[in-house]
Design a protein around this ligand. Structure first.
Ligand code: SAM
Length: 249
């Protein structure tokens, strides 16, 4: 009764959907989808036929009245995006907040997320990561955003589009230097899935060597800033030590 389900869908391979997600999608009264064609295709694959309506990426509030109307009639609604988990670099967050403020129940149906999928195969042991999502699309603001991230000791996770990948890696190399490790996770769960790790200084050459490597969808994972080595003394400690050494017999 009167529940909003936030349902994760596949990021490529259509079999990457949970049994519970299929149960919920089959049972709800209506599905609000970022792109109704994409969702129709997914539902058809599982022989689910549903009333769909469009959830506009840049105007979530346009749906507030409609969703509140359905919920107040006791209906159940699911929201899905084109790929992965709603509200992660995707619409959903504002609707969820609104629906909860109206006093209705919100239930997450977990599943795919491109960032978690990429992290699972990046070969990183640092337990801390920072999910950034999409960087600014023009170089100046992108470099400034990267410069702010540079001191963080966490692995950094980005989403990037194929037509910006070269520029973005160029800026990363400029800001972070050539030694940090980068992992490309491209076309995850799809036919041309590629996972490649290298030093940032080698990344542009790797991308340029084959135009296929620049196609499709990307998650980029950069290793975090190295913590200062414990053997390195601060300036102050060094001068104190030198003073003390003079006192030694
Ligand atoms: N909500 C989604 C999630 O949970 O991951 C993210 C949606 S965001 C609009 C789309 C971006 O996610 C793409 O530009 C790409 O960076 C990343 N992405 C989605 N699917 C991917 C895949 N199969 N392989 C690599 N990256 C993917």
């Amino acid at each position: 009764p009167a529940t909003l389900y936030v349902v994760a869908t596949p990021i490529g391979n259509l079999r990457d959907i949970t049994l519970r997600a299929l149960d919920v999608l089959a049972a709800v009264d209506v599905v609000a989808a970022e792109d109704t064609r994409t969702t129709k295709h997914l539902l058809a694959r599982y022989a689910i036929s549903k009333t769909l309506f469009a959830l506009h990426r840049h105007n979530e509030s346009a749906l507030f009245a409609k969703i509140a109307g359905l919920l107040s009639q006791g209906k159940t609604v699911a929201i899905v995006t084109d790929a992965g988990t709603p509200a992660i670099s995707d619409p959903g967050g504002l609707i969820v907040r609104f629906v909860r403020e109206q006093g209705f129940k919100v239930v997450p149906i977990p599943g795919c997320n491109a960032a978690a999928c990429a992290l699972s195969v990046a070969g990183i042991s640092n337990p801390h990561f920072l999910f950034y999502g999409f960087l600014p699309t023009s170089s100046g603001p992108r470099r400034r955003a990267l410069a702010n991230l540079k001191p963080h000791p966490y692995s950094l996770i980005f989403y990037e589009a194929p037509h910006r990948i070269l520029e973005c890696i160029g800026d990363m190399t400029e800001v972070f230097g050539r030694n940090r490790r980068i992992t490309f996770a491209r076309e995850l769960t799809k036919v041309f899935e590629t996972i490649h790790g290298c030093a940032l200084g080698e990344a542009l050459a790797w991308l340029e060597a084959d135009s296929d490597r620049r196609k499709g969808e990307f998650v980029l994972i950069l290793s975090g800033a190295e913590p200062p080595k414990e053997t390195e003394l601060s300036e102050q400690a060094r001068s104190t030590l030198q003073l003390l050494m003079h006192e030694l017999p």
